[in-house]
Write a protein that binds this ligand. Structure first.
Ligand SMILES: CC(C)(COP(=O)(O)OP(=O)(O)OC[C@H]1O[C@@H](n2cnc3c(N)ncnc32)[C@H](O)[C@@H]1OP(=O)(O)O)[C@@H](O)C(=O)NCCC(=O)NCCS
Length: 414
């Protein structure tokens, strides 16, 4: 098979043939082939005895690469999610399930899938995109850049402070009827951060009469009947030295609620000597944990990219105390609608990105855009990484305006 040539610099047609490979949406009757490709690529267990009825997953679009005989060579999923960026919802095309047949690898199939996914994502109104890579290189080469890490840490349960229960708060196990309040508390925590999923939309629709199947328990902390904290946990097996309690969400909106939750977790020490926690940086709970004793259990790097720079800038929230203007050019070979000269204006908690006719002194690669936009790097370090070019005599710091905002974080894996 020849290497696939992806058109550069021009808008790709909606469905296009690359050599003898066609990129298009996977049809329902082709889903079993796509599942099998994913099963083999990600090692997700033996082939099921009776496969499920094929049905598309609502809230997502699966792209496939097909050869001239209609054989599926590769697949990638656009998850229609939203992310919170400083109080505003931003439409995201989060990417998952990228897999290519072993025999078709190294010929540009993944790149062709990602380029078409980006085009389709822009067409449906997405502004940004995040993904968890098993290997960063194919995504870097298409404009995503590593912008964060989802950390899971382990703590000895006995190292947590054991508090007396507060007389002002009540603690109880949660039930399915509590799920809307739990979702609301998550929104309260996530809303003014950046990058966190909104956790709503078709992909997150669940039956209202049961806890999610992966959850063993919900511990709720209430103040006068109002939910102020919760832990969503999985018990795991055994009660000897190997016992582990995995806490997927550990969130609180007050310091007292966080202290109460930590006290409940500490009470597991006799049967679950290890706690496995997904932490949110510098939140109410982190302030009550003995973080100096935390051991890294897993680090899942995630990458980010603008799908459409205008939407990415205009649909997010901006710090209300920031005001400024900067001219710069973007170079985005795989999403050419982003390429060109722009003027960014930030004022009063909002921003605009307009086409500019000026020849700008700052030239930003789209991967540098992702780093700045996510608030995880300064322009001077982006320049040092070779992703921002400055005209002679210019200092890159003017582009820190694009990075004005809290560092992006994610608490969901997908
Ligand atoms: C990773 C995978 C999807 C890449 O697919 P592919 O069709 O071989 O990738 P492409 O040929 O389109 O390569 C695109 C670019 O990524 C690079 N690349 C691809 N796989 C790579 C790897 N494993 N390590 C380093 N670079 C890699 C290519 O060299 C190419 O770089 P270039 O732009 O500088 O030329 C494929 O190897 C695969 O299915 N692996 C198993 C499942 C998996 O890991 N999926 C990713 C989940 S996040």
């Amino acid at each position: 098979m020849d290497r696939i040539q992806v058109p550069r610099g021009g808008v790709t047609p909606p469905l296009y043939m690359l050599g003898r490979v066609e990129i298009r949406e996977v049809q329902v009757d082709e889903l079993p082939a796509a599942w099998e490709l994913g099963r083999l690529a990600f090692g997700s267990g033996p082939r099921p005895v009776s496969p499920p009825e094929p049905a598309a997953v609502p809230g997502s679009l699966r792209y496939g690469a097909f050869d001239a005989d209609g054989r599926l060579l590769g697949s990638a999923i656009d998850r229609h999610q939203e992310q919170w960026w400083s109080g505003r919802r931003v439409a995201s095309a989060d990417v998952a399930g990228v897999a290519v047949l072993p025999e078709a690898r190294g010929r540009g199939v993944a790149r062709a899938l990602l380029v078409e996914l980006l085009r389709g994502a822009r067409e449906r109104g997405a502004a940004v995109s995040a993904l968890y890579p098993t290997v960063a290189a194919p995504y870097r080469s298409c404009g995503w850049e590593a912008t964060g890490v989802l950390r899971t840490v382990e703590l000895a349960t006995a190292s947590l402070p054991r508090h007396r229960p507060s007389p002002d708060l009540s603690v109880r196990p949660g039930e399915p009827a509590d799920l809307p309040a739990v979702a609301q508390l998550y929104q309260q925590v996530a809303r003014y951060r950046c990058g966190m999923l909104t956790r709503d939309g078709a992909l997150f629709d669940r039956p209202a009469d049961a806890l999610p199947e992966w959850l063993d328990g919900l511990t709720l902390v209430e103040d006068g009947g109002r939910l102020v904290g919760y832990a969503a946990w999985q018990r795991g097996s055994g009660y000897d030295a190997s016992g582990v309690l995995t806490v997927h969400d550990l969130l609180a909106t007050t310091g007292a609620a966080a202290r109460e939750l930590v006290g409940v977790l500490a009470s597991w020490q006799s049967v679950a000597p290890t706690l496995r926690l997904r932490l949110l940086a510098h939140d109410a709970v982190a302030a009550h944990l003995p973080l100096e004793r935390a051991r890294e259990y897993r680090q899942q790097v995630w990458m980010h990219r603008p799908v459409d720079v205008v939407r990415a800038v205009e649909s997010r929230g901006w710090p209300p105390y920031i005001r400024g203007t900067v001219d710069f050019a973007v170079d985005d070979p795989h999403a050419p609608w982003n390429t060109g000269a722009w003027r960014l204006e930030v004022a009063d908690g909002a921003a605009e990105l307009r086409r500019s006719t000026e020849e700008p002194a700052l030239h930003l690669h789209v991967r540098g855009f992702g780093l700045l936009y996510s608030g995880v790097a300064q322009a001077v370090t982006v320049a040092g990484a070779g992703l921002l070019r400055c005209a002679a005599g210019q200092h890159p710091a003017a582009l820190d305006l694009l990075g004005a905002g809290p560092a992006a974080q994610l608490l969901n894996y997908f």
